[in-house]
Design a binder for this molecule. Sequence first.
Ligand SMILES: NC(=O)c1ccc[n+]([C@@H]2O[C@H](COP(=O)([O-])OP(=O)(O)OC[C@H]3O[C@@H](n4cnc5c(N)ncnc54)[C@H](OP(=O)(O)O)[C@@H]3O)[C@@H](O)[C@H]2O)c1
Length: 197
Amino acid sequence: MAQKIAVLGTGIVGQTFAERLTALGYSVTIGTRNVADTLAKTAPGPYGNPPFSDWLKANESISLATFAEAAQEASVLFNCTKGDASIEVLALAGVENLSGKLLIDMANPLDFSNGFPPSLSVCNTNSLAEEIQRAFPTLNVVKTLNTMNASLMVNPTLLSGEHTVFVSGNSSQAKEEAIEFLKAFGWKQASIIDLGI
Ligand SMILES: NC(=O)c1ccc[n+]([C@@H]2O[C@H](COP(=O)([O-])OP(=O)(O)OC[C@H]3O[C@@H](n4cnc5c(N)ncnc54)[C@H](OP(=O)(O)O)[C@@H]3O)[C@@H](O)[C@H]2O)c1
């Protein structure tokens, strides 16, 4: 049976990961706050992408569920949520559904209060991934991929030439597991830089 993955987040990043992971043979459930509300969204996405319900219809093997339902079934979670809502999302997912699992986190805590380009609301001596790890100590958080466009995250060959991606996290085993996903996406081992904890 295919390994179950929870992609937390219904935006363009969640959609991009859900499609790529499905193509790689994983069983993907995408998580949201309220299934009915998300299915009722009829406006195109912010990047001119189709409304979520149209996208889901075109990707019929991907399931939609609440954050808690998606996390409960999965052995690995991808955090594709708005950075300043990520901790709230993980609380909605339920600590009992997170314990001992890998969370691959590519969210950025963007602050648009002073316009564009945004700044980071958490940075320098702290980070979103560290805040998530402190809030959910039994979750194995690995930060990676957040420095590039979502299309490139799951298909690094879209950009010609040598380029690198970092991984960072407390658990060596979780980082190894995350690296296996990166390699499945097309990242070469030599292009993956382990920044430590
Ligand atoms: N776009 C890129 O190429 C790119 C590159 C690097 C990093 N990132 C990061 O990837 C993440 C996802 O980006 P995105 O553009 O796909 O989506 P997004 O619009 O940043 O986030 C969408 C998700 O966040 C949830 N959410 C938003 N506000 C919430 C709140 N107040 N409480 C609970 N949940 C909330 C939404 O839940 P519902 O489903 O319930 O609406 C939705 O699932 C972000 O952190 C972004 O900074 C994006």
